[in-house]
Design a protein around this ligand. Structure first.
Ligand code: SF4
Ligand code: SF4
Length: 342
């Protein structure tokens, strides 16, 4: 039996494997179109992109030429005012070669857009819905407070939020709040930005929540193939997978960088979202690329940190980012010098 999920009060009922189209920015148009079509042919119907993901929309636009009505497309705008909202929406429609967006989401706003808040954003979304340019209104976020406000406002049909087996109690509460309010829950970062490497365990965890639609960010065909195999053979939670999860939870407990990038840009160009979790990346994924001359140059930039705390102020997880960078850099230098084995 295939796992299906309906997003809240929307008419969007799809297989419980969504396609996250952020990583296809990094591959060629041809390869991206191939991946998206392969996903579609195997039964994936929900594709999530964003205006901010450079050419991701353009790639999906080509992939869905001729089959538009058979897929659900979700995209996002990071607009702060109505004028930019309309510009983004028109660009997305053009890029995606479509006349409508199934789910249009406010992309990680610092506040929950509401009618009458002065931004004009929600009014614009409603008008776009009335005109048939978008079918449903959603919101994505990394902040618990904004997410809760959105769910409780009754204004949003979906919430997209990071949710994986290393999430905490608060994220679980959000999932349950969404269930209670009939708001669709779209789980991003089900692999926690690359820190979770057991996709079967990640899938089985998400499968326990019947109101959650995970979207998997895939870049390589082998990664896609793993998730496609779960359409017909969905992994179920068992002792073996539970043990994997317990081990990962023990290792990743406490303060760690999720790689979301919301603290960026850094005034001295530090790639915070990879550098602040380098110790974990070195140990949990192939280390060679991170130790290359290019990787070393990226880490060396940490020496230029101004300790301006801009990143710390923006981190939705409340991390002391400059201190985390310094700790990761010390560890990195020791690994590079062969003092520590990974
Ligand atoms: S504290 Fe350092 S890493 Fe953070 S934004 Fe400032 S310069 Fe960049
Ligand atoms: S330091 Fe915080 S905001 Fe920056 S990438 Fe990591 S988790 Fe995200």
């Amino acid at each position: 039996m295939k796992d299906m999920v309906t997003l809240g009060t929307t008419d969007i009922t799809v297989n419980k494997n969504g396609f996250g189209a952020l990583p296809i920015q990094r591959i060629s148009q041809e390869d991206a179109v191939h991946l998206a079509r392969k996903a579609y042919k195997a039964g994936i119907r929900f594709f999530d992109t964003a205006r901010a993901y450079t050419d991701s929309e353009v790639k999906l636009g080509e992939a869905f030429e001729g089959i538009r009505s058979e897929v659900y497309i979700a995209t996002k705008t990071a607009a702060q005012n109505a004028e930019d909202f309309w510009e983004d929406l028109h660009t997305s429609l053009r890029n995606l070669r479509t006349e409508y967006i199934d789910l249009y989401q406010f992309h990680n706003p610092a506040f929950c857009p509401k009618p009458g808040d002065g931004s004009g954003l929600y009014e614009a979304a409603l008008e776009a819905k009335e005109k048939g340019m978008i079918r449903h209104i959603g919101l994505t976020n990394h902040r618990l407070t904004v997410a809760k406000e959105a769910i409780e406002s009754g204004l949003y049909e979906t919430l997209q939020f990071p949710f994986s087996y290393i999430s905490g109690e608060q994220e679980l509460e959000l999932v349950e709040l969404c269930r209670a309010k009939d708001v669709g829950f779209i789980a991003m970062k089900g692999l926690s930005g690359g820190l979770i490497t057991n996709s079967a365990a990640a899938y089985a965890f998400e499968a326990q929540y019947d109101n959650v639609l995970p979207i998997w960010g895939v870049q390589r065909e082998t990664e896609l193939d793993e998730f496609l195999s779960y359409i017909d053979n969905p992994p179920r939670m068992n002792e073996e997978l539970r043990a994997v999860i317990e081990k990962d939870r023990a290792e990743l407990r406490g303060e760690f960088c999720r790689g979301c990038g919301y603290c960026m840009p850094c005034p001295v160009g530090i790639e915070i979202n990879s550098c602040a979790r380098m110790s974990l990346l070195l140990r949990r994924s192939p280390a060679a690329a991170y130790l290359s001359p290019e990787g070393q140059a990226k880490m060396k930039k940490i020496e230029n940190c101004l300790h301006c705390n801009q990143c710390k102020a923006k981190c939705p997880y409340g991390l002391d980012t400059p201190a985390l960078l310094a700790r990761n850099y010390e560890d990195y230098k020791r690994v590079l010098a062969g003092e520590v084995k990974v």
